[in-house]
Design a protein around this ligand. Structure first.
Ligand code: PMV
Length: 361
């Protein structure tokens, strides 16, 4: 793939009057089979599958203008943010062979999240995918200005989003995505995600994700450090084998609409992710006591009502509750009466499975 995109890169002179603005909104995603552990150039140790979300998104605008040298400024929610900007700038400089035209452009990036501040929700998946799609859109305008029409290539977007932040590879497709090579899915790749929309039962296309905010604090251990700690983790080989098995069984369950298997795998994956953190060296614990209270309540509720409600966790203490749309009334009643007491200031986000990235301008 690299060769193809190196060959295709726009290497010409940027026209003097080339200026404009592109804007895209990209969704976040929540993994069911988790990506935890990487190697080489941001390649996953095992395949992962996620739901694309709808309410938790990043909106990014990139203003560009022809310049003598590469110029870069990054604003997050109206304020200049050098720390986050440095991450994007590094990504651009590391990949300038693919985007050599950036050396003739001044870029001003403005980004904001559609979900609340300090909700502890990771935004790297939505923010990096939104930025990469803006970059490809900018490249398209540039090619067009030279009479060379090119399509916005989502496989390419997923490839470069992956280089910026692994899980971002999965955010460019609607409903569900699979990232990582597996024999069980034709066309799957470690280099980019593929859409799963046409291989899932309709029940999953409108699934709900109610995100219970247990803590809005930023994580004590970054996911970069967490991936790194998998290297010395004695359980890593067993984990990667198990993840591959879970991918195989989950793909079958997603196709047939088998909710029991879906629940089993989803909860086991969430607990495994946190178990891996607890047995790395040094170990760390990202769950909070209220995370466990919620898990216990969810399992009791499911046993008593037989409503197919389950949980998953990201690399943090917040709990994602997953359930079919037709159970929403009963589950939301349960959330409000029993679970909000475990949430930080009673906060939660009502999300559901979402669609494509959206063009904003
Ligand atoms: O994309 P990263 O490097 O932030 O890693 C994401 C890791 C998890 O969110 C814990 C799991 C996943 O597959 O999204």
């Amino acid at each position: 793939m690299e060769k193809k995109w190196l060959n295709e890169a726009f290497k010409g002179e940027v026209p003097n009057d080339f200026r404009g603005k592109v804007g895209w909104q990209c969704p976040s995603n929540i993994a069911l089979v988790k990506y935890w552990g990487k190697h080489g150039k941001q390649l996953p140790q095992n395949p992962s599958i996620s739901f694309t979300l709808s309410e938790c998104c990043t909106e990014t605008f990139v203003q560009y203008e022809k310049a003598e040298h590469f110029g870069f400024q990054f604003f997050f929610e109206g304020k200049e943010n050098p720390a986050f900007g440095a991450k994007i700038e590094k990504f651009l400089l590391d990949n300038q062979a693919f985007f050599p035209f950036i050396n003739q452009l001044d870029l001003k990036v403005e980004s904001r999240n559609t979900f609340p501040h300090s909700s502890g929700i990771a935004s790297s998946a939505s923010s990096m995918s939104a930025f990469v799609i803006c970059l490809l859109d900018l490249e398209r305008s540039l090619s067009l200005s030279k009479g060379r029409p090119i399509e916005l290539d989502l496989q390419k977007a997923s490839y470069f989003a992956r280089l910026a932040s692994g899980s971002a590879a999965r955010s460019v497709f609607p409903k569900m995505a699979l990232w990582g090579a597996t024999d069980c899915y034709k066309g799957s790749s470690d280099e980019y995600a593929v859409p799963l929309e046409n291989d899932i039962h309709p029940i999953f296309k409108t699934f709900r994700d109610s995100i219970l905010i247990v803590s809005g604090e930023t994580k004590s251990v970054s996911s970069r450090a967490g991936h790194g700690l998998m290297e010395g983790n004695p359980y890593a080989p067993a984990r990667y084998a198990q993840a591959n098995e879970n991918i195989k069984n989950l793909l079958t369950a997603l196709k047939s609409g088998d909710l029991d298997t879906f629940i089993n795998i989803t909860e086991s994956e969430a607990l495994q992710l946190h178990a891996l953190m607890m047995c790395s060296n040094p170990s760390f614990i990202l769950m909070k006591p209220n995370t466990l209270h919620i898990i216990e309540e969810v399992r009791n509720f499911r046993n008593e009502t037989h409503i197919p409600l389950c949980f998953t966790l990201d690399a943090g203490p917040n709990v994602h509750l997953l359930y079919p749309e037709n159970e929403a009334k009963k589950v939301e009643k349960f959330i409000k009466s029993e679970l909000l007491t475990y949430c930080n200031q009673g906060r939660w986000i009502a999300d559901h499975v979402g669609d494509w990235p959206k063009l904003l301008m």
